[in-house]
Design a protein. Structure first.
Length: 122
């Protein structure tokens, strides 16, 4: 039973995470990926600012998933999840894990779709 649980956990875990300075490479990767997903870790000055502000050395993890594709080529509604463990929001509070979820209409050209009509699946 434990072996089966370990296998399921390993299969559902994201692969290696891209090191990114901002979201754009992950958004583009998710749009181009056959499975519509991308997994990254924030790096650079922004990651340092997160760590300093929230008093943690834990990585900022970002997962992007395609919710659906639009009729406009290269455009989709993307779900973005940003997570960091052991975050301290206020000095009097104990550290806690934080997760932010949002959605974004995004195209390969970096802009929004021209129409919100969904792509028809075959």
């Amino acid at each position: 039973m434990l072996a089966a649980l370990a296998l399921v956990s390993a299969l559902s875990a994201p692969g290696p995470r891209m090191q990114v300075d901002d979201l754009r490479p992950l958004l583009r990767t998710a749009l181009l990926a056959p499975n519509g997903t991308a997994h990254g870790q924030l790096a650079g000055p922004i990651a340092g600012a997160f760590g300093a502000r929230f008093k943690t050395n834990n990585p900022v993890l970002i997962d992007v998933t395609t919710e659906f594709r639009y009729a406009s080529p290269g455009c989709a509604r993307l779900r973005i999840e940003v997570e960091q463990r052991a975050v301290t929001l206020y000095p009097e509070e104990s550290p806690r894990d934080m997760k932010l979820q949002s959605t974004l209409n995004y195209c390969l050209d970096g802009g929004p779709p021209r129409t919100l009509e969904r792509r028809r699946e075959p």
